[in-house]
Design a protein around this ligand. Structure first.
Ligand SMILES: [Zn+2]
Length: 318
């Protein structure tokens, strides 16, 4: 079991261990032929779920768009007063979190998640981001019953309306919305660079049952939150750009190993970019891959540096 679960165990009335899971829920017990259910949607397999894009629908730029965004980012960074971003975050940076529960009625079956689950999600975030210098502090929780907003999808009118009505704060405030987007979709986020042109859309949307203690196994330990906040902090998927590596393509992080495509489950030893140019196995343990929650445990130092720089360029004091 990984360390972060210890923090969750303090705030929810049960502990989760692989040994305690009933047969069939253990990741090692799943087979490619098993059907796969997330958010009430059944898929023929976990691979089908992943390939249908239901793990995450954060904007995935093509190579050309990513290169243009990167050029803009480096320009923004160069005109900021803190050009040496290594000096940032030497003391904790506190990020206000506004949590918006969108439901279709009372009770967990209607998406009306408990305060305990929200607190556990905050614990998961703070454990995952401990190495970044960022501390997330929950400022407020509001609850809205609206069956149209409850099933909002990325880019929809419902999303725009819900966020326009509920969002609080400015560029350096994190707004999290829990809902039930449908089709098992776990979440999506906006990038720091998007804030300027669409401030009211800024934030993270999560499938309500992906929070710790929810029913979206194997994605119910809160790491959809960790992953989507990673996008909100300026990170791409580890498989962005396929086997491209380094800071000039791919995910624009030098120390995440090359990865041809998204990993799912927890495929220890997976190595999709081979040869001397691509040392090391795929970064399946990275929060920005698509693996099961129990499998993802870390951000690399390069990702932490990128988050700090993105914060400086797009969010700090904005
Ligand atoms: Zn993602």
């Amino acid at each position: 079991m990984k360390k972060k679960l210890l923090a969750i165990a303090l705030s929810i009335p049960f502990t989760l261990s692989l040994a305690a899971m009933p047969p069939g829920d253990r990741p090692d017990d799943r087979h490619a032929s098993d059907s796969f259910v997330v958010g009430g949607e059944e898929w023929a397999s976990q691979q089908d779920f992943i390939q249908a894009g239901r793990r995450c629908q954060t904007f995935h730029p093509d190579e050309e768009t990513a290169a243009a965004l990167e050029a803009e980012f480096l320009h923004e960074l160069s005109i900021r007063p803190h050009s040496d971003f290594e000096s940032l975050f030497t003391s904790p940076t506190y990020v206000n979190v506004y949590f918006h529960v969108i439901n279709k009625g009372t009770g967990i079956s209607n998406g009306d998640i408990s305060q305990t689950m929200i607190d556990a999600q905050m614990d998961v975030l703070n454990a995952a981001y401990a190495s970044t210098g960022v501390r997330f502090q929950l400022i407020s929780v509001d609850r809205t019953t609206n069956s149209t907003w409850y099933t909002m999808s990325p880019g929809s009118t419902a999303e725009a309306q819900a966020k326009a009505a509920l969002r609080k704060g400015t560029a350096d405030d994190l707004n999290i919305y829990s809902a039930n987007p449908g089709g098992g979709l776990l979440g999506w986020a906006t990038f720091p660079s998007s804030y300027k042109s669409a401030p009211s859309k800024d934030g993270v949307v999560l499938l309500f049952s992906s929070l710790p203690g929810g029913s979206a196994s194997p994605y119910n330990e809160g790491d959809t939150g960790t992953h989507e906040v990673g996008h909100w902090m300026g990170l791409y998927h580890t498989f962005q750009g396929g086997c491209k590596t380094g800071t000039n393509g791919g995910d624009y992080v030098a120390d995440t190993n090359a990865e041809r495509s998204a990993a799912y489950g927890c495929p220890t030893g997976r190595n999709t970019c081979t040869g001397t140019r691509y040392p090391g196995n795929d970064p399946i343990e990275n929060f920005m891959d698509y693996t099961d929650d129990y499998c993802m445990t870390l951000f690399t130092p390069g990702q932490v540096a990128r988050m700090r720089a993105q914060w400086d360029a797009y969010r700090a004091g904005k």
